[in-house]
Write a protein that binds this ligand. Structure first.
Ligand code: BGP
Length: 484
């Protein structure tokens, strides 16, 4: 048994990290447009690089700068999308995951009618993908909610945002349903508690006595309700469409077999899985709810919320997987960063320059765990290695480390499929270099395609094929059989 014949090989990006054109075509400001690149901050300290305050937001709003607000410029996919899609097609992509920027369709999130210029952009992108036979996988919310909603409602903490999001999704389904059959609701929904502003537009100063953490769980609940409502809507409006949840799969091992470490690890993993549990099983896990109540963090729910959540569960489970970490009760245990988390270091694993621990076997473990738990088709919608690349004098880029990373992860993926895991597809993060979500750097490169741009926006934006480009092409051509 091997990868299924119709396996969706491809790559994934998010609008806010690639599009640029932040003030073009009627687009409004999103939370990503005020994210500052801080050259002097330790990139391993994700709390410092993602920290947000009202003062900084206001400062950013008054500033037209694109040097220190790199997500405003992205890699200018807005003007390069044809060239980029052609390169993806050359690699043989079957699928491409992208997101629709809410602020391109509804600049403040509250307009009655959508911005036609924004719609025209995505229509053109989807048409081009159709022409190239690349299946779109569309994330409805990927770290880019309208800034106006963050400021007015404290983001997703306010239920009124649910209606506004539904309005945006209705337009997406009505206008793009003819192109798009695979939808994802909220990117890494569990990340609300790690970077609440980026994920859910929560501004700490607005949380008052209730506290930021309580606001986060309220926002998560509102997103669960919104997720159910848009799944219902999608089923009414788009024939044959499927909705997926999207989880950061943060597989955690106990640092030792001391029962205390195992218990602490179990807690971490249950907290991570909770966000998927709600959307697959259609109910809050009893233990989590109990725990939230005990800590005074339980969200307010309205009559009908739980019914909706129960009725409109997702069709498939998608997730990002980059690294694993361990957990220990020992306060002196050495820590290392991962994907916006700080975990205990695993002595058996190598780390990237950014501290993320590379663990292909962890991918197999995660696939088996998720499939066994949910019995839903799985989709790996993010996986990859952020590294500095060197451009040789002749312009070539030899990224053997990236090929090694992917090869080992594809082997692990293959083993899981052979064991019976139902896997729909794989979209690497990211097929082309882009602005990092966590650090706003350009030098943390993920692509098979190099983009000539540095952290401060200098460069021609020219696209160049790296060695991994040719390697991934071969992998897709052979449907994952040729990993040499
Ligand atoms: C995920 C996000 C992506 C992304 C990726 C890599 O959490 O969904 O948007 O960028 O991680 O993270 P980073 O860009 O911080 O290296």
């Amino acid at each position: 048994m091997s990868f299924p014949k119709n396996f969706l090989w491809g790559g994934a990006v998010a609008a806010n990290q690639v599009e640029g054109a932040w003030n073009i075509g009627g687009k409004g400001l999103s939370v990503a447009d005020v994210a500052a690149y801080k050259p002097n901050v330790d990139v391993k300290d994700y709390k410092a690089s993602t920290a947000v305050s009202l003062e900084n937001i206001k400062k950013a709003m008054a500033d037209e700068d694109t040097v220190y607000y790199p997500k405003r410029r992205g890699i200018d996919f807005y003007h390069h999308y044809k060239e980029d899609l052609a390169l993806f097609a050359e690699m043989g992509f079957k699928a491409f995951r992208l997101s629709i920027a809410w602020t391109r369709l509804f600049p403040t999130g509250e307009e009655e009618l959508p911005n036609e210029e924004g719609l025209a952009f995505y229509e053109a992108v989807f048409r081009e993908m159709q022409r190239l036979h690349i299946e779109p996988i569309v994330t409805l919310s990927h770290y880019e909610m309208p800034l106006a909603l963050a400021l007015k409602y404290n983001g997703w903490t306010d239920r009124r945002v649910i209606d506004l999001f539904e309005r945006f999704c209705r337009v997406c389904f009505e206008r793009f349903g003819k192109y798009v059959k695979y939808w994802l609701n909220f990117n890494e929904i569990d990340s609300i508690i790690r970077h609440s502003f980026i994920t859910a537009g929560i501004i700490p100063e607005y949380c008052g006595e209730r506290g930021e953490l309580a606001c986060c769980y309220q926002a998560a609940h509102n997103q669960f309700v919104a997720g159910a409502r848009v799944t219902k809507l999608m089923r009414e409006l788009v024939d044959g469409a499927k909705m997926g949840l999207m989880l950061t799969k943060l597989t955690t091992y106990p640092r030792t077999c001391a029962p205390e470490d195992v218990a602490a690890t179990q807690k971490k993993n249950l907290e991570n899985l909770f966000y998927a549990d709600v959307q697959v099983f259609g109910e809050y896990p009893a233990l989590i709810l109990q725990d939230l109540k005990r800590r005074g963090l339980a969200p307010c729910m309205e009559p009908g919320d739980l019914d909706l959540i129960r009725k409109y569960t997702v069709d498939f489970v998608s997730f990002s997987y980059y690294m694993t970490m361990t957990e220990s009760v020992d306060p002196n245990a050495e820590r290392t960063p991962g994907n916006t988390v700080l975990g205990v270091k695993n002595p058996y694993l190598p780390s990237s320059e950014w501290g993320w621990q590379v663990d292909p076997t962890g991918l197999r473990i995660s696939l088996i765990e998720l499939y066994d738990r949910y019995r839903k088709p799985l989709f790996i919608v993010e996986n990859g290695l952020g590294m500095r690349d060197t451009v040789e004098e002749d312009g070539s880029i030899h990224d053997a480390y990236r090929i090694d990373y992917f090869r080992s992860h594809f082997r692990a993926m293959k083993e899981a499929v052979e064991e019976g895991v139902e896997l729909m597809g794989y979209t690497s993060w990211a097929p082309i270099d882009l602005v990092s979500a966590g650090t706003n750097q350009m030098s943390k490169r993920y692509g098979f395609i190099y983009v000539d741009q540095d952290d401060l926006g200098n460069g021609s934006l020219a696209r160049t094929r790296k060695d991994s480009f040719y390697w991934y092409k071969k992998v897709i051509e052979s449907n994952g059989e040729d990993l040499t």
